[in-house]
Design a protein around this ligand. Structure first.
Ligand SMILES: [Zn+2]
Ligand SMILES: [Zn+2]
Length: 335
């Protein structure tokens, strides 16, 4: 599956007036700060990239990511309630499905069709996961499939180590950009390009919505024992951080631990625990052998919640043309 592609994408250089230090009289360090903070909200504000820092973690850019982890410690002060845990679990489930069913199996691999409205709805839910927009996600994932477990793979644990493949690679300037050349089929939709540029707006709205829901419940149903702060911490921060770490286990752990049913050129594995955690994505060796199927659990006993969800959506007429696993694929299986 993996075709070696030794040449990395040449960095696109764009001169940003704020980097010159003359815009508005700002000094170089202040303009660096302004540009960095602007990138939290507008991912098109890349500015001029210092080539020597392309593959180093941009800590200013990473600050909100670190802060979201620290915000989970808020559980110490806000306490917990069944309703807060329930909302956190529902948001984990719905958003995991949006990532696996749509960011991965639809936007990245085009394994089924849907309407423009459903496409945008699930792009919005996917963006609420704080894993960037659908174009960024799909472009990097398509790259991963082309160069899996080679030095050009953005997140190979065998090449770059566990930590880098889990939480490091996407914090670098090189991987901050969206390579639109990899996703021309998605970039033709202006609403998706907008979402990819301002993706952070969606999780911010979700966070505000969670706080508002908590305040509302505190007044309307005080017996539930929740509050704005509690719903914000559990419903948004804890749910999003757990969702994030579960998702990226497929980059880090699913290329290290598990069984290899197919002789692929990469190190992808099938792992039942990761499949349960990620709604079917843990059947990663299956997926690398044949990425063109909407289904990743190839045997009936390989639990694939995303596939069941997509089948349900197809029965409701929301998606169509789900691609099954071809018979020839199973003849190549070792088990
Ligand atoms: Zn992989
Ligand atoms: Zn894939």
């Amino acid at each position: 599956m993996a075709t070696p592609e030794p040449i990395l994408i040449a960095p696109r250089r764009r001169v940003d007036p704020s980097t010159t230090g003359v815009a508005g009289g700002a000094g170089p360090s202040r303009s660096w700060l302004v540009r960095g903070v602007r990138r939290w909200f507008d991912t098109s504000a890349t500015g001029e990239i210092d080539a020597s820092r392309e593959d180093r973690i941009d800590w200013l850019r990473a600050t909100p990511f670190v802060a979201m982890h620290l915000a989970c410690l808020g559980v110490i002060w806000v306490g917990v309630s069944p309703v807060a845990l329930g909302v956190a679990a529902v948001l984990y489930g719905v958003r995991m499905f949006a990532l696996t069913g749509f960011y991965h199996r639809y936007f990245s691999h085009r394994t089924f069709q849907t309407s423009r409205a459903v496409q945008f709805l699930f792009a919005l839910i996917g963006a609420s996961c704080v894993q960037r927009g659908p174009l960024w996600w799909a472009a990097h994932h398509r790259r991963h499939h082309r160069v899996t477990d080679t030095p050009a793979d953005p997140h190979s644990p065998g090449i770059h180590g566990f930590l880098w493949s889990h939480v490091g690679w996407f914090l670098t300037p090189r991987n901050f950009r969206t390579d639109l050349a990899r996703v021309p089929d998605l970039a033709k939709y202006p609403e998706l390009r907008w979402l990819d540029r301002f993706d952070i707006a969606i999780p911010l709205l979700l966070a505000v919505g969670m706080y508002g829901l908590g305040v509302l419940l505190q007044h309307a149903a005080p017996q539930l024992g929740t509050s704005g702060g509690q719903m914000l911490v559990w419903g948004f921060f804890v749910s999003t951080i757990v969702l994030f770490h579960a998702t990226v286990t497929i980059n880090s752990l699913a290329h290290r631990y598990g069984r290899r049913r197919f002789e692929t050129k990469d190190n992808s594995r099938n792992n039942v625990w990761l499949a349960l955690l990620t709604f079917g994505e843990g059947w990663h060796n299956n997926h690398h052998f044949f990425p063109g199927s909407s289904r990743q659990g190839f045997r009936w006993w390989e639990v694939d919640l995303t596939w069941y969800g997509l089948k349900l959506m197809a029965a409701l007429g929301l998606v169509r043309g789900l691609k099954p696993v071809p018979a020839w694929v199973l003849t190549k299986a070792r088990s």
